[in-house]
Design a protein around this ligand. Structure first.
Ligand SMILES: Nc1ncnc2c1ncn2[C@@H]1O[C@H](COP(=O)(O)OP(=O)(O)O)[C@@H](O)[C@H]1O
Ligand SMILES: [Mg+2]
Length: 499
């Protein structure tokens, strides 16, 4: 017989003492309503913002907003099979993306799922899509340029590493082209590029990918794509998850350029999801947090201090406006969040100016601080000379100028216009840019036919490439010495003779 004091029972007693009694708590949610990719879910009181949940039908979503008695879930998979009553469970995981070298050269959706028929990125590490921006003490001043290869931008509106420069203009005015040209120009730099497509047409996205494949360095570029047909939840996540991917490189001392094409579409998606989840609409029917949404995204662009590795994340958000209305709600928000804007214009585009950048409305608030001294010294007068020319051109319609000085200025201005014109996919390297501007300043181009200037631009780089003295030149200095300066001008003369 064994009694209650039998020592043989001790192990059993111990286990009973350790056992946790009570009901196993598992939250079980249920869809109350679903429309256009947004589900209202009841019964998940512990759910966190941005947490991934799964529907019993297999699809996933993330927690977009928390309300008092329910949560709003944005779907991340087609949700045709989800309906009122569908079960929902929490995963305890926040929306995240795979990060690391493995995502380079890939075309992925905002959750890191391949869109390029390649394998799932073999990255074990993931980062949440929303992360805090670096604090002030972890940042450094923006002082080095991101070269776009577009003379008009690099000379007049230099973009610094860590800066946020908005590209804004009407549709079909070359906004995407400016950003893509900038990505392609990084083929010879240490900058990794990320192109984020939000709400774009499939054909337009393919066009961009093909351009980079053909003219850029695909293995140093990443595409995060949520096209127009993608779930609104994916479009909403895209810029945030792409930024987390960028931050992984930045935090390792690398330099990243990120293009958000475009944030007007992102704002529209945010508005759509907010209206579906019955948030009170504000100005232009956008919810009240739309400013904060883009501010917290663009705050993540940064130049890190030396102590934090000195990496940088430069952001080129794109915004589309209608009828030149820069003072619409979203563009004004974005302009106030950015460190400057490049404004493209329908009328300039129609007048065949390429790139169709409005010099008067564009600005880079970092600008000169991000230019090498060598570039700054040759581009100083350019903006004023060009602006005066544009003004004179306007007035000269009412009659010619007799004045010689005026004629000379017109002549100079026409040559500036020819220098700043650039077809797509024809980036100019820094040395060529400096050479062209030096030649302009020295008056070497004044008697050159305007048509010759385009040829000069294509001839110069090969002359420089053929001479190792040029390819070894350090242009990141304050000023060029006189010998170099005259060698450069001589090269221009040679190019002109052969042009
Ligand atoms: N610098 C340029 N030279 C020649 N064509 C250009 C240039 N920039 C843009 N384009 C053309 O203009 C059209 C619109 O350009 P895109 O960049 O798609 O405009 P957006 O993004 O503003 O809608 C495209 O067909 C593009 O090829
Ligand atoms: Mg575009």
């Amino acid at each position: 017989m064994t009694g209650p004091t039998d020592p043989a029972l001790d192990p059993l007693k111990a286990r009973i003492a350790e056992a946790q009694l009570g009901a196993e708590a598992e939250e079980r949610g249920k869809v109350i309503a679903i429309a256009d990719g947004l589900a209202t879910v009841d019964g998940l009181p512990g759910a966190e913002l941005n947490e991934i949940v799964t529907f019993s039908t297999g699809g996933r979503g993330f927690v977009l907003t928390l309300e008092e008695n329910h949560i709003n879930v944005a779907c991340l998979d087609p949700a045709d099979d989800v309906s009122a009553g569908t079960r929902v469970v929490r995963t305890g995981q926040l929306a995240s993306v795979p990060i690391g070298e493995g995502v380079l050269g890939r075309v992925l959706d905002p959750l890191g799922r391949p869109l390029d028929k390649g394998p799932v990125p073999d990255s074990t590490e993931r980062l949440p899509v929303e992360r805090p921006a670096p604090s002030i003490i972890d940042r450094d001043f923006v002082s080095e340029p991101v070269e776009t290869g577009l003379l008009v931008v690099d000379a007049l509106f230099a973009i610094g590493r860590g800066q946020r420069e908005l590209i804004v203009g009407e549709r079909q005015t070359g906004k995407t082209s400016i950003a893509v040209d900038t990505i392609i120009n990084q083929a010879n730099s240490d900058i990794i590029s990320i192109y984020v497509a939000i709400g774009q047409r499939t054909s337009a996205v393919r066009h961009v990918i093909d351009a980079v494949r053909e003219h850029g360095r695909m293995e140093r570029t990443i595409f995060i794509v949520a096209e127009a047909s993608a779930e609104p939840g994916l479009q909403w996540l895209a810029p945030f998850s792409a930024t987390s991917i960028a931050e992984w490189f930045r935090d390792r001392g690398q330099h990243v350029l990120i293009v958000y094409d475009d944030l007007t579409k992102h704002a529209a998606t945010h508005r759509e999801l907010a209206l579906l989840s019955r948030q009170p609409p504000g100005r232009e029917a956008y919810p009240g947090d739309i400013f904060y949404l883009h501010a917290r995204l663009l705050e993540r662009a940064s130049k890190l201090s030396k102590a934090r590795g000195g990496g940088s994340l430069t952001a080129l958000p794109i915004a589309e406006i209608e009828a030149g209305n820069l003072s619409a709600y979203i563009p004004t928000n974005l302009i106030s969040i950015s460190d400057g804007q490049i404004v493209t214009s329908q009328s300039l585009f129609a007048a065949n100016q390429r790139p169709a950048i409005d010099i008067g409305l564009s600005v880079s608030r970092v600008g000169g601080k991000a230019q090498w001294g060598t570039m700054k010294s040759v581009s100083g007068r350019l903006r004023l000379d060009y602006a005066q020319y544009l003004e004179m051109k306007l007035f000269s319609r009412f009659g010619g100028f007799g004045d010689d000085a005026m004629t000379a200025r017109m002549k100079r201005g026409e040559r500036i216009a020819a220098l700043l014109a650039q077809p797509r996919l024809s980036p100019l390297d820094l040395l060529t840019q400096i050479a062209l501007l030096s030649a302009l300043n020295e008056g070497l181009l004044d008697d050159v036919d305007v048509e010759e200037i385009a040829r000069l631009k294509t001839a110069l780089p090969s002359i420089f490439a053929a001479d190792s003295a040029f390819s070894e030149l350090d242009l990141t200095t304050a000023k060029l010495d006189e010998d170099t300066q005259s060698a450069i001008l001589e090269a221009v003369q040679t190019a002109l003779k052969h042009a």
